[in-house]
Write a protein that binds this ligand. Structure first.
Ligand code: CU
Length: 150
């Protein structure tokens, strides 16, 4: 009886997006599944958006002040409604979703085609936690690049 149940469980895990999820942990931060869309049609250099969930597991608020990547000309925090912004605060115990529906990372001048399901390096800069190295996954979904508000 046990075996069919286990097989069914594994089959379920295989199709769950969470199977792709990766997590980066520091003493005070937990960063879940930083990802970007498929690059198949792009010709470098191009712009991409990066989305993720950041949890502050520490006892003090922290602030994401920016990011960089060896493959990017520059990276900005952009709010879908108000445009470029300097920082994102993550209160102690809070969970902030960086997404194209609110604030996300806009990567300008990305200079390398990364295969779907592969990763590329990025560094997030926090006021308290400092520089945090992450790997951004390229998902097999297309993201429409949000229009920039200036
Ligand atoms: Cu992931």
């Amino acid at each position: 009886m046990i075996r069919p149940v286990l097989l069914a469980l594994f089959a379920l895990l295989a199709v769950t997006p969470a199977a792709n999820a990766h997590r980066i942990k520091t003493k005070t931060l937990q960063i879940d599944h930083p990802w970007t869309g498929d690059m198949a049609e792009a010709k470098p250099p191009f712009d991409i958006v990066v989305q993720m969930v950041i949890r502050n597991t520490g006892k003090a608020a922290d602030v994401l002040t920016g990011a960089s990547s060896p493959h990017a000309e520059r990276i900005e925090l952009v709010h879908a409604a108000t445009g470029s912004q300097k920082a994102v605060e993550i209160k102690a115990g809070a969970r902030v979703e960086l997404s194209t529906k609110s604030v996300y990372l806009r990567v300008f001048g990305f200079n390398k085609l990364i295969d779907t399901y592969d990763y590329f390096p990025m560094t997030l800069n926090f006021k308290r936690a400092g520089a945090v190295k992450i790997e951004v996954m390229v998902e097999d979904v297309a993201i429409d690049l949000p229009k920039l508000i200036n």
